[in-house]
Design a protein around this ligand. Structure first.
Ligand SMILES: Nc1ncnc2c1ncn2[C@@H]1O[C@H](COP(=O)(O)OP(=O)(O)OP(=O)(O)O)[C@@H](O)[C@H]1O
Ligand SMILES: [Mg+2]
Length: 352
């Protein structure tokens, strides 16, 4: 039995269809990354799963317990860190956590002990007796996540857990999340940082306009948008046409030329040997390279190609389009299989 199972979830807010039939499953002890642009429906999925919102139709279950029929059973198994910090500003860190422990019916001394342990774990022991109002954004975020762990949930929902954290705190948070998974916690994570999904998620589901448009592991999604790219930067833009001509035989799709950046990106099949081949072809060309490299598509490329927008945080978005193979259309495919593009943003070539 999957820890989290969602089938055919539909939710409308007046004229807005937030969810138009979402299916997903999270096997126990794994991390699912739920990705999608702003307004895609991620938080709506999380709120329905955490019993805060009722779906119009479809089912959501936590370890087999339906969120509508058995909300209390569900609540006893889950922890939620919402998209916006939910700590009480006028209580200290210690008091915030003790209060939540009491809400979960821990005895006073158990609540105190659990609060102390979690504050230590989240590097907040020194700030335990300060009111949360004086915490930095990153400290609040950590307190928030600590709060969601008070009752030792089997399933944790993290809605953009690292948004607003500096890079060092983000890496710290990834380590915390990793250690929770190592202890057996199942996690559903939404994020705008694709590197975060890449690093933490066993499986990824991409939604847009309330629909699943792709699913698979990070590697499956990357290979779905095509193989490697050869990327060249030349010292003089006037060299680009000759460069392009020389490496054209290696391209498996249209090269992308960026005159301003003096760069050329060529989709290729194969690995290091293609790079060697390309350099040989340039031997007597007179082209002066300032940079050359072989790059795998990253999740930002995948996201851009799937949704048509760059992820919010990618530096300037991904480079080119040029997707190659895509899966056949099949809405609501089960998890674990090959990645499948299912939406109207289906990968180039998916419908052929
Ligand atoms: N309570 C509500 N009332 C009306 N519309 C809502 C409500 N909650 C969500 N929506 C709408 O439903 C859609 C999905 O919103 P949701 O918050 O789930 O998106 P999201 O993927 O979490 O976005 P973000 O990345 O910005 O957090 C959006 O169009 C949003 O405006
Ligand atoms: Mg959201």
């Amino acid at each position: 039995m999957a820890a989290v199972e969602v089938e055919g979830l539909v939710k409308k807010f007046k004229a807005t269809t937030a969810l138009a039939g979402v299916d997903l499953a999270v096997p126990e002890g794994t991390v699912l990354g739920l990705l999608g642009p702003n307004g895609a429906g991620k938080t709506t999925v999380v709120r329905i799963l955490s019993t805060l919102l009722r779906a119009d139709s479809g089912t959501a279950r936590i370890f087999g317990k339906d969120v509508i029929a058995h909300p209390n059973d569900v609540r006893s198994m889950i922890g939620l860190t919402g998209q916006y910090a939910a700590v009480d500003e006028y209580l200290t860190g210690q008091e915030n956590l003790e209060m939540i422990g009491r809400l979960y019916h821990l005895t006073r001394s158990d609540a105190r002990q659990r609060a102390t342990t979690l504050l230590e774990r989240f590097d907040l022991a020194d700030a335990a007796d300060r009111i949360a109002k004086t915490y930095s954004g990153g400290m609040r975020r950590r307190l928030d996540i600590a709060a969601s762990l008070i009752a030792r949930p089997r399933v944790l929902f993290l809605d953009e857990p690292t948004t607003g954290l500096d890079p060092r705190s983000r890496i710290g948070m990834w380590e915390f999340i990793g250690s929770l998974v190592a202890e057996g916690t199942t996690i559903l994570l939404t994020t705008q940082y694709l590197e975060e999904a890449d690093r933490l998620a066993d499986g990824i589901v991409v939604i847009d306009h309330g629909k699943v448009i792709a699913r698979g592991t990070s590697d499956q999604l990357k290979s779905q948008v095509g193989g490697h790219r050869l990327e060249f930067t030349v010292s003089d833009a006037a060299d680009l046409p000759i460069l392009r001509e020389r490496v054209a035989p290696l391209a498996v799709d249209d090269p992308v030329v960026d005159e301003q950046a003096r760069s050329l990106s060529v989709p290729v099949r194969g690995g290091a040997e293609v790079l060697r081949d390309a350099l040989r072809r340039l031997d007597d060309s007179g082209v002066t390279l300032v940079d050359v490299g072989l790059r795998r598509p990253d999740l930002d490329d995948v996201f851009l190609i799937l949704t048509g927008h760059a992820s919010e945080t990618s530096p300037g978005g991904a480079s080119s389009g040029g997707a190659s193979s895509g899966g056949a259309s099949s809405d609501g495919a089960s998890d674990g299989g090959a990645p499948v593009a299912t939406g109207r943003h289906a990968l180039k070539g998916a419908d052929q």
